[in-house]
Design a protein around this ligand. Structure first.
Ligand code: GLY
Length: 238
């Protein structure tokens, strides 16, 4: 939930064949934000929709508003609100929750996406990496796809997913590209070594990579291939 106790979801999806993305930001009252993002991609010529217009768009697409704040989240928000020393996002990042996906059909077509409720207690209206094409997700049939999770305010400044895909286009393996992106973040600012950041990538041959900045952000990921699934762990760069 955001600082007002309202759940605001962000999601984005990209089709690497058409090189087209669809995304939503600050979506309220609709659980499957990625489905609304997909409708932005499929039904409109826009890429990202937010604000009051997004609520209207979701309703027009047949989504009925529902309460997304669970009793447990409501309790946590009330505790946070009641604490006179609570941390706020004017100064301090923590608590986020993102899922990222990259897929190929085995014929060189790539898609990527991600979905999140963003940082807990965020300032209402905050837009971070997840709904931004090239940041939270990116797909290009010429190279592969990537998705990012972690402190989205930080990640946005590194255009994480497009950077990884461009590294793969120049010959890096998905694993090398994920690790190099995180190392580059530390090169520009050594404090990033302590940050929460993790990325996944897949190239057009279906090779995968995943890396986390450090052991603070544990990134388990599922690999599904021809009906078989495996749970794997990303490598920690620091
Ligand atoms: N990476 C998700 C967020 O910070 O909103």
């Amino acid at each position: 939930a955001n600082a007002e106790g309202i759940v605001e979801l962000d999601a984005g999806i990209m089709d690497g064949t058409r090189h087209r993305a669809g995304a939503v930001t600050g979506l309220r009252g609709v659980k499957h934000a990625i489905s609304v993002a997909r409708l932005v991609l499929e039904k409109t010529t826009h890429t990202t929709i937010g604000g009051i217009g997004l609520q209207e768009f979701a309703r027009n697409m047949g989504f009925h508003p529902e309460q997304l704040l669970t009793p447990n989240s409501l309790k946590k928000w009330m505790e946070w609100k009641a604490d006179p020393h609570h941390k706020t996002y004017w100064v301090s990042p923590e608590n986020h929750d993102t899922i990222g996906m990259v897929a190929t059909d085995g014929k060189g077509h790539i898609a990527a996406g991600c979905s999140t409720s963003g940082m807990a207690w965020k300032i209402p209206g905050r837009v971070a990496d997840s709904p931004l094409v090239g940041c939270g997700y990116y797909a290009d049939d010429n190279a592969g796809g990537a998705s990012a999770t972690g402190d989205g305010d930080l990640m946005t400044n590194y255009c994480t997913s497009v950077t990884i895909v461009h590294m793969m286009a120049r010959g890096a393996s998905p694993q090398e590209a994920c690790e190099e992106l995180l190392r580059n973040m530390v090169k520009t600012d050594t404090r990033n070594r302590e940050s929460e950041a993790a990325v996944i990538a897949m190239n057009t041959r279906g090779e995968v990579g995943a890396a986390s900045m450090n052991s603070k952000m544990h990134l388990p990921y599922g690999l599904w291939n021809n009906g078989k699934s495996q749970l794997r762990e990303s490598t920690n760069v620091y």
